[in-house]
Design a protein around this ligand. Structure first.
Ligand code: AMP
Ligand code: ZN
Length: 667
C-alpha cells in the first residue's frame, strides 16, 4: 500500500532526525553508527523508488542537526560535506565503477585513517591561524577559535611557501591514554566517567573556558586543504606541502595505485587498529587527482570522489550469567554484567558495564538473556541489545538491587541522578577502605609502603576504620599481621610519621570531601588558610572562590556538618597532622588591603593573574571570582568583557587599570 510506505518513510525520517539530534547536539548517540547508516540507506532506497514522497527536509539531504547557541555561528565558505559510507569490497568496487564511467581514465587513491573525533575547519591568512569553526550542519558551524588555539598539534603560524589564504580541515580527537587519564581523575573527584573519547573530544571543544580545554590534552590531525586555487595538482601533493608548512598530517596515509592496494590497506588496519594510540572507525578514500575530483563533483550530501569505509563495531552474542553490583569509594553503585566468556576485538570478554538502572530498563534485560556485546568507541565493552527470540518463557525481568551488597543498607537515589548510592559511608567496607586508600595515596598524604592489601588486612583485624586510626599504629600492633616483617613495619610507621608534615592542601584532598579534587583543594587553601576557616565558611563565601560552584560548596558544608567528620578533624589535629597553610614565601608584606576584595579580568600585561592574586594576599586582601556587591576592586587588562560591563552597571565597584593597582600597593 502506497500510504503504508509513505507512513513508514515519514517514521524513518522522524527517527533519523532524532538520532542526528542525539549525536550532534547532545553528543549522546543511542544507536551505533552502523545501525544509523543502515536506516539511512533504507530511507535512501525508498526515496529513490518513490520520488512522489519527496521531502526537502529529509535527513538524507542534510548532514546533521543545528548549531549550539553558545558560540558565534559562522557560515562555511566551502561546505563541509559528509562522506558516503561503504561496508564491504563490493561497495568499493561499485564506487570505482561509477568513477571510471565518468572519467574514462585510470585513477589513483589516497587511503587515510578515519579518525574518530570532531571535524574542524581552520582558516589561515598570511600564515596565521585566524579562525576555527566546527562542522555544525555542514553549512555553518560554531566559531571556537580560542579553544582550537590551545591544541598543541595545531600550528598558529606557518613556515615555508604557503598560500595567502586557505582552510585546513582535520579532526580533533583524544588519545586512548589521555581519555583514561581524564576518567581516572574524574573518578578520583567523585564525578561520573565520560563514555568514550569521541564524545569527550567534541564536548571539550564546546567548553567555554579555553584553559579548561587545554587541560583536556586534545590532539589534532589535518587531512584536507581547501581553497579557491590549489598550489599543486594532487591530494597527495597537498598533504606533502601541508607537512612542509608545519601541519601535523597522518603518518599512516598511503598512496594507492589500484583498488587492490586500497583493499589491502583496509584489511591491514581492520586488524591492527587496536594497536593505534587513538581510535579510528574506518578508512577514508580520496581520488588523488584534483582535476578528476572536480570532474566527479558532489551529490546532495557528499563528494563523489571520496568514500568512507566503515569498520563494523565488533559485536558478539553471549549469555548473561548474572549481574553484580560494585560499591565504589563514594558509595556509588555500578551494575556489572557477568557474561559467558566470549572473544571480542582480540580479547576475552567476561564482563560488561551496565552503568545504571535506567540502562537496564531500556534494554529490558531479563535473567539469563542472550545479549549482544559491542566494543565500539567505549573502552569497556557494553551490552547493546537482547536476542529476544532466545529468551526462555519463564525468564524474569531483572530487578535492580535495593540494598547495598556489601553492608545491607537500603540504597538511595536522588531524583536528578541516574546512580544509586549506599548511604552508610562510615561502616560500609568498600567505602571505609576506599577512603583510607585515598588518604594514603601519592597525591594525598603519600604514605609509602602502606598499600591497599595492608589496609584491607588492617581493617579486617579491626586496627583501622578511618584515616585517623593510622596514627595509633605501632610496630608491635603491625607485626602480628601475616607476612609483616620488622623492617616493613618500621617503614610503615616512619611513613605515617612523615605524613604529618604533608602540606594542608594535600590533607584537604586526602580527607575525601566529595567533589574536592587536587585543584579545588589548592584553590580552597588559598582563600581559607586553616581548617577552622574552611569549616566556618558559608555557602556564599565558598562560592566566591574561583571555580567553586554550588555543588562543591554544598558538598563541603555537608561534610563538615557530620559529627564523624568533625571528630576525624579533631583527631588528626591531636596527632599533629598539618591543618593550616604553612608557607613562608607567602609572608605578609602589609595589611593595606585588609577587608578589601579584588578581581582581575582581561589580558594582563604587567603581571600574571597568579602574581596579581598573590600580591593581593600578601597585602592582606582577598581574591574573589565574580562581580557582585561584595567586590571592591575590579582590575582590568586589555579586552575586558562582561565582567567590566557588569561592574559598571553595579556602580559600587572601583575599576582600576594595572598601573593603578600597583600604585595602590605603593610600588
Ligand atoms: P561521516 O561523519 O560519517 O559523514 O564521516 C565524515 C567525517 O569523517 C568527517 O566529517 C570527518 O570528521 C571524519 N574524518 C575522519 N578522518 C577523516 C579523513 N582522513 N578524511 C576526511 N574525513 C575524515
Ligand atoms: Zn554499603
Amino acid at each position: 500500500m502506497p500510504q503504508d510506505i509513505q507512513r513508514y518513510m515519514e517514521a524513518l525520517r522522524k527517527e533519523l532526525h532524532e538520532h542526528n539530534y542525539n549525536y550532534y547536539l547532545l553528543d549522546e548517540p543511542t544507536i551505533s553508527d552502523f545501525e544509523f547508516d543502515e536506516k539511512l540507506k533504507t530511507l535512501q532506497s525508498l526515496e529513490a523508488a518513490h520520488p512522489e514522497f519527496f521531502d526537502p527536509n529529509s535527513p538524507t539531504l542534510r548532514v546533521g542537526g543545528g548549531v549550539t547557541k553558545y558560540f558565534p555561528t559562522v557560515e562555511h565558505r566551502f561546505r563541509m560535506y559528509s562522506l558516503d559510507n561503504s561496508y564491504d569490497a563490493e561497495d568499493l568496487e561499485d564506487w570505482e565503477k561509477r568513477i571510471l564511467k565518468t572519467l574514462n581514465e585510470p585513477v589513483e587513491f589516497v587511503a587515510e585513517l578515519k579518525y574518530d573525533g570532531a571535524s574542524i575547519s581552520i582558516l589561515y591568512e598570511n600564515g596565521h591561524l585566524t579562525q576555527a569553526v566546527t562542522r555544525g550542519d555542514g553549512f555553518q558551524g560554531d566559531e571556537i577559535t580560542a579553544n582550537i588555539r590551545t591544541i598543541a598539534d595545531v600550528p598558529l603560524a606557518l613556515k615555508g611557501d604557503f598560500p595567502e589564504r586557505f582552510y585546513m580541515r582535520g579532526e580533533i580527537f583524544l588519545t586512548k591514554k589521555k581519555f583514561e587519564r581524564i576518567n581516572a581523575q574524574r573518578m578520583e573527584e567523585g564525578l561520573d566517567p565520560f563514555m568514550n573519547p569521541r564524545n569527550t573530544a567534541s564536548g571539550s571543544l564546546k567548553m567555554q573556558d579555553a584553559s579548561e580545554v587545554k587541560k583536556r590534552g586534545l590532539s589534532a590531525v589535518l587531512y584536507q586543504f581547501v581553497a579557491e586555487d590549489f598550489p599543486t595538482g594532487t591530494h597527495w601533493g597537498l598533504l606533502e606541502k601541508a607537512r612542509e608548512w608545519g601541519f601535523k598530517t597522518s603518518m599512516q596515509s598511503k598512496l594507492c595505485k589500484t583498488l587492490d592496494e586500497v583493499k589491502a590497506f583496509i584489511l591491514y588496519w581492520e586488524k591492527e587498529r587496536h594497536t593505534l594510540p587513538f581510535e579510528i572507525d574506518g578508512i577514508v578514500l580520496k581520488v588523488n587527482d584534483l582535476q578528476q575530483q572536480r570532474q566527479l563533483g558532489y551529490t546532495a550530501k557528499s563528494p563523489r570522489w571520496a568514500m568512507a569505509y566503515k569498520f563494523k563495531a565488533e559485536k558478539v552474542e553471549t549469555e548473561l550469567l548474572s549481574v553484580s553490583y560494585q560499591v565504589g569509594r563514594t558509595g556509588a553503585i555500578t551494575p556489572v554484567a557477568n557474561l559467558r566468556p566470549v572473544l571480542l576485538a582480540g580479547t576475552t570478554v567476561k564482563r560488561a558495564s551496565l552503568h545504571n538502572e535506567d540502562i537496564i530498563h531500556k534494554l529490558d534485560l531479563h535473567e539469563r538473556d542472550f545479549v549482544y556485546v559491542e566494543k565500539g568507541g567505549e573502552i569497556i565493552p557494553k551490552i547493546v541489545g537482547v536476542h529476544q527470540e532466545k529468551r526462555a518463557a519463564d525468564s524474569r525481568k531483572l530487578s535492580y538491587v535495593t540494598h547495598c551488597p556489601e553492608c545491607g543498607t537500603p540504597l538511595v537515589k536522588n531524583e536528578d541522578q541516574a546512580i544509586h548510592y549506599c548511604p552508610n559511608e562510615w561502616h560500609c567496607p568498600p567505602q571505609v577502605v576506599g577512603r583510607m586508600i585515598h588518604y594514603v595515596s601519592r597525591k594525598a598524604l603519600n604514605i609509602e609502603n602502606l598499600g591497599q592489601e595492608t589496609i584491607e588486612q588492617l581493617y579486617r583485624e579491626k586496627l583501622v576504620e578511618m584515616p585517623a586510626d593510622f596514627y595509633t599504629l605501632t610496630t608491635s600492633s603491625l607485626l602480628p599481621l601475616e607476612r609483616m616483617a620488622e623492617k616493613s613495619a618500621q617503614n610503615i610507621i616512619d611513613g605515617i610519621e612523615k605524613s604529618k608534615t604533608v602540606p594542608f592542601e594535600k590533607v584537604l584532598f586526602g580527607i575525601g570531601i566529595k567533589h574536592v579534587g587536587e585543584t579545588v583543594a589548592k584553590k580552597l587553601v588559598k582563600t581559607f588558610p586553616t581548617i577552622e576557616a574552611l569549616m566556618a565558611a558559608s555557602m556564599e563565601e565558598l562560592t566566591q572562590v574561583e571555580d567553586i560552584g554550588g555543588k562543591i560548596a554544598e558538598s563541603i558544608i555537608q561534610f563538615f556538618a557530620q559529627d564523624e567528620n568533625k571528630r576525624l578533624i579533631e583527631r588528626l589535629r591531636a596527632y599533629g597532622v598539618t591543618l593550616e597553610k604553612k608557607d613562608t614565601a607567602q609572608a605578609v608584606l602589609s595589611n593595606i588591603l585588609e577587608g578589601k576584595t579584588f578581581l582581575f579580568t582581561g589580558k594582563l600585561s604587567l603581571f600574571t593573574r597568579d602574581e596579581a592574586e598573590e600580591m593581593v594576599e600578601k597585602h592582606g586582601g582577598k581574591n574573589i571570582s565574580a562581580v557582585s556587591k561584595n567586590l571592591n576592586y575590579l582590575v582590568v587588562g586589555e579586552k575586558a568583557g562582561s565582567k567590566l560591563k557588569k561592574a559598571q552597571t553595579l556602580g559600587t565597584v572601583v575599576i582600576l587599570d594595572e598601573q593603578q593597582f600597583l600604585d595602590l600597593l605603593g610600588n
